[in-house]
Design a protein around this ligand. Structure first.
Ligand code: PMP
Ligand code: GLN
Length: 383
């Protein structure tokens, strides 16, 4: 049913994390940090529970969080949002993606354009919405989309162009050319742009540019983010979606029957996080950049060819120089062979394109420095 190429539950993340637990290997597979986020965020949630924020919050999310989201979009990007009409809080970015696709897509004639490799829930949600997935390939080693391939993918059948920037799993950041072309094509074919920006504060080389800030884009763009990555609380599942009120209303109409509401005591905590000073946000990007460098050097020293990511939690490496033919097999053996868990890129592509990504592996850099050093040492001696 899910159309994820015969892969039924569990997801690759659940499978590889279970393997890490079973073998005691270092988990550079599933993208979650191994350190807590800012104290004020954690304390605010604890206080909210102690002070009775334990019943259903309002359907759109608590006003304080919606206001904090609107202020954040203004402060970082100059976007103006009405917190009462243009913002809805969701159960993570995951629910925002699902609700947006279910709300916007109208059946089997509708197409959703995604960049491949893609975050696994995209293909599953397109299938749940009964639409057709159309992919634009991102190719090793820089993974920037080819504009001709993008033009070929978008047509009058395109209902949604689903963008993820900074990109999971490749770590690529889209160029201004690509962003402009996405907006031009969406306008020409009257498509909605849905942008997944969960790594918005984890871009290494330049400040993140939301597509909604481009001329003519805001009226057809839904922007999605989440507190999970920015505040290192991936288990809290507080996400949000913002954009034109009528599109946001359509998403809310679906969301209310998926989870109704979520995360009452975590909502004020994420609001507190969004209000942190600028130094916090630049600090998390520079700390992760150092870890990316450390991981990249370690992978290169172990004999992998490494693609340098410009953002996100992840680094993609090619295991072909180490003699690998199949990243899936390589990753399933790696915990016992080297005590490290990673994820094959083939988990993020359609069956027909697997051969193009056959030996590529994703490693998560969002771990403590000593953990990355230990993993790099193990890889150097064992692969
Ligand atoms: N989109 C992307 C690209 C992600 O990497 C993730 C999670 N890691 C999500 C969405 C899901 O975010 P959340 O945990 O807030 O649901
Ligand atoms: N987003 C994280 C990753 O890509 C975890 C996702 C998940 O476990 N579903 O690794």
């Amino acid at each position: 049913l899910l159309g994820t190429d015969g892969r039924s539950a569990p997801t690759i993340f659940a499978e590889m994390t279970a393997l890490a637990v079973q073998t005691g290997a270092i988990n550079l597979g599933q993208g979650f940090p191994d350190e807590d986020g800012p104290r004020v965020v954690l304390d605010t949630a604890r206080d909210a529970i102690a002070n009775g924020a334990n019943q259903y919050p309002p359907g759109r999310g608590i006003p304080q969080l919606r206001e904090a989201i609107a202020e954040h979009q203004q402060r970082f990007y100059g976007l103006h949002l009405d917190p009462d009409r243009d913002v809805v809080v969701t159960a993570g970015a995951t629910e925002a993606i699902a609700a947006a696709l279910l709300a916007l897509v109208d059946g089997s004639d509708d197409e959703v354009v995604v960049f491949e490799p893609y975050y696994d829930s995209y293909a599953a949600c397109v299938a749940l919405a009964g639409a057709r997935l159309v992919t634009v390939p991102l190719r090793w080693p820089d993974f920037s989309p080819d504009l001709d391939a993008l033009r070929a993918a978008v047509s009058d059948r395109t209902r949604v162009i689903l963008v993820n920037d900074p990109h999971n799993p490749t770590g690529t950041v889209f160029s201004a050319h690509v962003r402009d072309e996405i907006v031009r094509l969406a306008d020409r074919h009257d498509a909605i742009i849905v942008t997944d920006e969960v790594y918005e504060h984890l871009a290494f080389d330049a400040a993140h540019v939301p597509i909604a800030t481009l001329p003519g884009a805001a009226e057809r763009t839904l922007s999605i983010s989440s507190g999970g990555k920015t505040f290192s609380v991936t288990g809290w599942k507080i996400g949000w979606i913002s954009g034109p009120a009528e599109l946001v209303d359509a998403v809310l109409a679906v969301k209310q029957f998926l989870t109704y509401v979520n995360g009452a005591p975590f909502q004020p905590a994420i609001a507190a996080g969004l209000g942190l000073p600028g130094a916090f946000f630049t600090g998390i990007a520079s700390a992760l950049r150092e870890k990316r460098d450390l991981l990249g050097e370690g992978l290169a020293a172990a004999g992998f060819a490494v693609s340098q990511p410009q953002g996100s939690y992840f680094t993609v490496a090619d295991a072909a120089p180490l003699g690998a033919h199949d990243a899936g097999e390589f990753c399933r053996e790696l915990p016992r062979r080297a005590g490290v868990v990673a994820i094959p890129l083939t988990a993020f592509v359609t069956t027909e394109h697997r051969a193009d990504y056959a030996t590529l592996v994703r490693f998560a850099a969002c771990k403590r420095v000593e953990v990355i050093e230990e993993a790099a040492g193990r890889l150097r001696t064992a692969v």
